[in-house]
Design a protein around this ligand. Structure first.
Ligand SMILES: [Zn+2]
Ligand SMILES: [Zn+2]
Length: 404
């Protein structure tokens, strides 16, 4: 029996053959997040990898497709589960089964069996069967079978994609916690067709006359395949005009979310299921919010610390004083030590922001002292200043000249 390079979908997603649907879903999301073209603009290898993992996920996340893949070693929409089952039985040494002319040997040995296009009504020879690349199989499939038709609906459930938004949160809300809202654009299940992508009562499929199967001739081989027009359902329906058959529509929505007290700038919040809606019952993606904390006219925040500049008078700085300063909790007293210089920083312990992860643990408030020089408008004050200068005639620039 000739062998061929079948795709290792399990290896692509890095999961075991026995992986549960949940494990497959998680592995796909993790990989998709690192290789998504939006995250790697212009990176061809990432794009290629993204296609591979998408293809693997497409097959493995669908119970029926996965079964066919497990049995046959590759997947095509044109192989129905019964054929796969029969093939698997045959492979394991069972009784040979009639495939209705389906020649697997031909498939295994490459495009040598390329057949001329068929006479079946409505087929479109040469169009690729989906976007997946099947190596040598692709040539055969695309040569024999009509490809996916425009407006054809995706089959298995498809998970919705994740969304990422920046959310600017008010200074105080980020510190104390609270509710915040953000307008997001997301894809939602179409309200007209409820995601079915079609409206109007289904009618009998004209291509297969409702049987769901069509017979297609490829050269001298006869193939029984699932009707490409109705996907084997035997019925076709009108394409929904609201979503143009997508099953999803774009919506602007105001999302409300909770902000934990102590939330820092740049922090990520995950809102499960608030991303784009899935298709055919697939789960919705997640919404990721990158928090941007708002600014304040006097307080500046750095992690859990609050920075503040406080003006003090010359006598306060010189003689020392106790002054009232604002903190995020209101007024608090700060001791200015005698001889404090302008620009000096004083630490007020545990007057900062309570840590979001460790309740009860607070940052500090760092006060930068700014000495305000009085503008003297009366003669008496100027007199005192001159007298002060005489009593304290140190030259503060001495050190500058020492270094020349
Ligand atoms: Zn619709
Ligand atoms: Zn049909």
């Amino acid at each position: 029996m000739p062998t061929t390079q079948n795709k290792d979908y399990y290896g692509t997603l890095g999961v075991k053959k026995t992986a549960t649907p949940e494990e497959i879903r998680k592995a796909f999301r993790k990989a998709a997040r690192s290789f998504h073209p939006d995250v790697n603009p212009g990176d061809k290898r990432a794009e290629e990898k993204f296609k591979e993992i998408s293809e693997a996920n497409d097959i493995l996340s669908d119970e029926k497709k996965r079964k066919v893949y497990d049995q046959v070693g590759f997947y095509s929409d044109q192989i129905d589960p019964a054929q796969a089952e029969a093939y698997a039985r045959q492979q394991s040494g069972g009784v040979p089964v009639d495939f209705g002319g389906f020649d697997f040997t031909g498939f295994q040995s490459g495009p040598g069996h390329r057949a001329s296009s068929s006479a079946a009504a409505g087929s479109a020879p040469g169009s690729a069967a989906g976007s997946a690349s099947w190596g040598s199989f692709k040539d055969i499939f695309s040569g024999i079978f009509s490809g996916a038709q425009p407006g054809q609906y995706p089959r298995g459930p498809q998970p919705g994609t994740d969304l990422e938004y920046q959310a600017t949160v008010d200074f105080w809300t980020a510190i104390r916690g609270g509710q915040a809202r953000l307008e997001v654009h997301r894809q939602e299940t179409c309200p007209t067709c409820h995601g079915q992508a079609s409206t109007g009562g289904p009618t009998q499929c004209p291509e297969c006359n409702g049987s769901g199967q069509v017979t297609q001739m490829g050269g001298r081989m006869k193939f029984n395949i699932t009707c490409p027009r109705c996907n084997g359902t035997g019925r076709t329906a009108q394409v929904c005009s609201t979503c143009r058959g997508e099953g999803l529509v774009s919506r602007t929505e105001t999302v409300e979310f909770r902000i934990k007290g102590g939330t820092r700038d740049g922090q990520r919040i995950r809102l499960q299921g608030k991303g784009n809606s899935g298709l055919n019952g697939g789960p919705a993606g997640d919404l990721f919010l990158i928090v941007r904390t708002g600014t304040h006219p006097i307080f500046a925040r750095n992690g859990d610390d609050i920075h503040l500049t406080v003006p003090v008078t010359v006598p306060e700085a010189s003689l020392g004083a106790k002054v009232d300063v604002p903190t995020i909790d209101g007024r608090a007293q700060l001791k200015i030590p005698p001889g404090t210089q302008s620009g000096q920083k004083l630490r007020m312990r545990e007057r900062g922001v309570e840590n979001a992860q460790r309740p009860g643990q607070r940052g500090d408030q760092i006060v930068a002292v700014e000495v305000v020089v009085p503008s003297l408008s009366d003669e008496r004050s100027r007199e005192i200043m001159r007298e002060l200068a005489k009593l304290n005639n140190q030259d503060p620039r001495v050190a500058l000249f020492d270094k020349l």
